[in-house]
Design a protein around this ligand. Structure first.
Ligand code: C5P
Length: 217
């Protein structure tokens, strides 16, 4: 059984347009797009929404209240999940190719934990007081995306440990890696970019038509 958990309770502060997951691209919210990506794969889909939007009906999904942080929202989602495998996907990534889900699922069965991740195209440098610091070897660096998949018992353990130790993380794979357990990296996708700032929104607005017409692969 596969539970798909979608944190969608962010306030969208950096975008400044209100609750980001509820913004529409060509008549569909980011959240609806994320939910629809899992059609035929999920046994259950649960979404975490801001407290102010809890009355919202999300087709094919159950709703739980979000927390003050993404990590808290995922904890609430996990508490409601029943599948032996959980796939976690941010609503802020509305364009999710099916093959990425399949790669992550295959790796979860094998390794127990897996995430989509992409090689990095830009040169990476550590900033030193506004100046060029140390260069990091970009061939070894990966930008971590979602979906991320886990055996549910493993992710529960990772979240419980993080809670006990007061550790916060921006994703779930990082919490599992803290347990000293392997997390498989599967090839992600450029189209899976996260809508965070105004430039991402502009890109998403333009790209939605290409995606909806199946012209992006
Ligand atoms: O903040 P960021 O854009 O990285 O958020 C990633 C995902 O986590 C988004 O889909 C957002 O809605 C969700 N989130 C959440 N609860 C929060 C903060 C973020 O569900 N308190």
């Amino acid at each position: 059984m596969i539970s798909v958990l979608i944190p969608a309770a962010g306030s969208g502060e950096r975008l400044g347009m209100g609750a980001k997951a509820l913004l529409e691209l060509r008549g569909k919210t980011l959240l609806e797009r994320a939910v629809q990506a899992f059609a035929g794969i999920a046994t259950e889909i649960i979404v975490a929404l801001p407290e102010a939007n809890l009355e919202l009906l999300v087709q094919n999904a159950r709703v739980v209240g979000g927390g003050a942080t993404r990590q808290e929202s995922v904890q609430n989602l996990l508490a409601a999940a029943t599948g032996d495998i959980v796939l976690i996907h941010d609503a802020a990534r509305p364009f999710l190719p099916r093959e990425v889900i399949e790669r992550v699922l295959e790796a979860v069965q094998r390794v127990g934990a897996a995430t989509a991740a992409l090689p990095v195209a830009d040169t990476l440098v550590l900033e030193d007081s506004g100046n060029w610091g140390q260069v990091t070897d970009r061939s070894k660096m990966r930008a971590v995306q979602t979906p991320q998949g886990f055996k549910r018992s493993l992710l529960l353990e990772a979240h419980q440990k993080a809670l006990l130790e007061g550790v916060s993380a921006t994703d779930d794979a990082g919490l599992v890696a803290r347990l000293g357990l392997p997390v498989a990296l599967c090839l992600g996708d450029e189209r899976l970019f996260k809508v965070t700032r105004a430039g991402d929104w502009a890109l998403a607005t333009a790209f939605a038509e290409v995606w909806d017409n199946g012209l992006s692969s």
